[in-house]
Design a protein around this ligand. Structure first.
Ligand code: ADP
Ligand code: MG
Ligand code: MG
Length: 254
């Protein structure tokens, strides 16, 4: 049993006009075995929350805490966060160029385990994971994120999730840009991961549609850099019909 605890988290981002506060006191507790959905309008700070937990250097924590079983996550390097059991899809990709999916996955696995995986077994696992996500084994020879379609990026994220086997997965807009078939395949991957038991999932999304395939235990409405309302799955149904209008101040930009 593990607990990821976010307490009164304040985060600023450096802009041309100086630092701008984006997270304004986020409180959230995710226990292993639970699926939490964070839902909110564009620009409310959802990705900032994910990046802050990931340790992205652009985001400056100015207050509050993030702990995993009492350990201070914010004091850890990005690699240490991964070794502690956090999976943050966006922490790896973009910057790597000229690295194949196979090498990328192996490097990530080695960093987390502290030793390289046994090669033959690992190749089998990678191919099996690709197959579950409906991808050809030749995908592992492609360069990470080079010319990936939106669907391939998201499937690749779930391949990572299944192979790296963290304690907590933070998935930012895993549903964005997916057609219905890809959405199902990706959702099934998240559900398989969760079904391993003792896995915490923080699913960040703008739209309710992914919640037809992944059933959250808790839903948090995220507005203006903090949790505006928290509840059970029924909250997602309310959002589905009413949208975010009730939460967003009239005239506020989104
Ligand atoms: P969401 O994921 O909910 O759409 P974001 O966390 O991406 O929201 O963005 C929240 C707000 O912070 C937005 O107004 C966005 O423009 C601003 N923001 C985020 N990152 C940066 C950045 N690196 N520089 C300047 N502004 C940023
Ligand atoms: Mg505060
Ligand atoms: Mg976002």
């Amino acid at each position: 049993m593990s607990t990821l605890e976010i307490r009164d988290l304040h985060v600023s981002v450096e802009t041309e006009d100086g630092p701008k506060e984006i997270l304004r006191g986020v409180d959230l507790t995710v226990r292993s075995g639970e699926i939490h959905a964070i839902m909110g309008p564009n620009g409310s700070g959802k990705s900032t929350l994910a990046y802050s937990i990931a340790g992205h250097p652009k985001y400056q924590v100015t207050g509050g805490s993030v702990t995993l079983d009492g350990e201070d996550i914010l004091a850890m390097s990005v690699d240490e966060r991964a070794r502690a059991g956090l999976f943050l899809a966006m922490q790896y990709p973009v910057e790597v160029t000229g690295v194949s999916v196979a090498n990328f996955l192996r490097t990530a696995k080695t960093a987390i385990d502290g030793k390289p995986p046994a090669l033959r077994q690992w190749v089998k696992e990678v191919n099996a994971a690709l197959e579950r996500l409906g991808m050809d084994p030749s995908f592992s020879q492609r360069n990470v994120n080079e010319g990936f379609s939106g669907g391939e990026k998201k499937r690749h994220e779930i391949v990572q999730l299944e192979l790296l086997d963290p304690k907590f997965a933070i998935l930012d807009e895993t549903d964005s840009g997916l057609d219905i078939d890809a959405l199902k395949v990706v959702s099934e991957g998240v559900n398989r991961f969760h079904a391993r038991g003792d896995k915490g999932v923080l699913l960040i999304t703008h739209y309710t549609r992914i919640l037809r395939y992944i059933r959250p235990d808790y839903v948090h409405v995220f507005v203006d850099g903090r949790v505006a309302e928290a509840g059970g799955p029924e909250l997602a149904e309310k959002l589905e019909t009413e949208g975010y209008a009730n939460y967003v101040k009239a005239g506020a930009s989104s």
